[in-house]
Design a protein around this ligand. Sequence first.
Ligand code: CAA
Length: 380
Amino acid sequence: MDFELNEEQKLIKEAASNFANQVLLPTILERDETQTFPTEEIKQLAELGFMGMMVDPSYGGSGLDTMSYVLAMEELSKIDAAASVVMSVNNSLVCWGLEKYGTAEQKEKYLPDLCNGKKIGAFCLSEPEAGSDATSQKTMAVKKGDYYEITGTKNWITNGSSASIYLVIAQTDPEKGSKGISAFIVEKDSPGFVIGPKENKLGIRSSDTHSLQFNQIKVCEENRIGAEGFGFTFAMKTLSGGRIGIAAQALGIAAGAYELALNYAKQRETFGKPICQHQAIAFKLAQMHTKIEAARHLVYKAAWEKDQGLNYDLSGAMAKLNASEVAMEVSVEAVQVFGGNGFVKEYHVERLMRDAKITQIYEGTSEIQQMVISRAILKD
Ligand code: CAA
């Protein structure tokens, strides 16, 4: 594995950093406070080619590698993890899943607008009683001739109201367990589609999270992704890549909090010298820096494995488990370095600490990642 970024990757990293500082930073405090979706900011991200980063140019994407996507996620998340989760779900759960497993017609119909920002995608797996236990799907898709009728409730859906294209996982044959689950493309204007109220969240407040109700929604057979019964494998395969994106997000949150704390510690003085010259603070910064570097290696390794065409289920789970724990630890320490100012919103570190928590929960909790990792290492 080569640790040197190529010229294209360096440019992506720089473009993402500039965008985060020039476009996201000026509006994030207000958007976080008022839970306002970054509509304009996401349109501009699409213009940069960041909404369909890994999609083939023939479908309107940027045709970049996973490493470039991870670098962009990391830089954006240093400033604004709410905007970066919108981008992450669109890229790694919706566009990637559709491009990998969709039919030519599905790709031609849906990918261009998902890449150019005219439409945003959402991934609908979780339910009130099927979060971690994802095989316990209650949403039903009943076949009626050449269409399915979908009925059920989905919970905690990122891009819940801002999306137009929803990938929905539902039971087509409950007798068959995980093999009786299928995946569908559902459009927002389908009769019977109801968006529940927006969740009032601890963190990533500028993203929109909703429950969704499907009341006998008609979905044509052409909108099923893969064969009947393929839906659980589709969800697991898609989430394996998604976890690399969330690991990069967690890494970015940790790095953003650390950079703020480092700069503050060089300027803030107590007892006649900058606080970074007190061992208590210098050692904290040393720990934070080391944890971030270690997390970065796991995240980049997972991206590298995906780009090499290797299996990345294990490395993605390890990268997410570790980076999300590091994001939490480092952001808490960053608040501590800031002291009283760390508790005040305008210094940004308390928001990064609140945002860090979700990375231990979504796209598989830390406990689920440990389940995936332990099963992989114990399977032989
Ligand atoms: N690739 C391919 N197949 C897989 C797979 C993978 N990565 N993981 C599991 N499978 C297969 C298994 O091999 C098994 O098939 P067989 O019966 O043929 O052996 C089948 O799927 C069922 O798997 P398990 O027996 O392992 O099922 P389980 O009930 O024990 O649970 C689990 C597996 C890994 C815990 C899974 O339920 C899981 O990942 N849960 C977490 C769900 C999750 O991440 N939700 C996130 C929601 S999306 C989100 O958060 C987006 C957002 O808003 C940001």
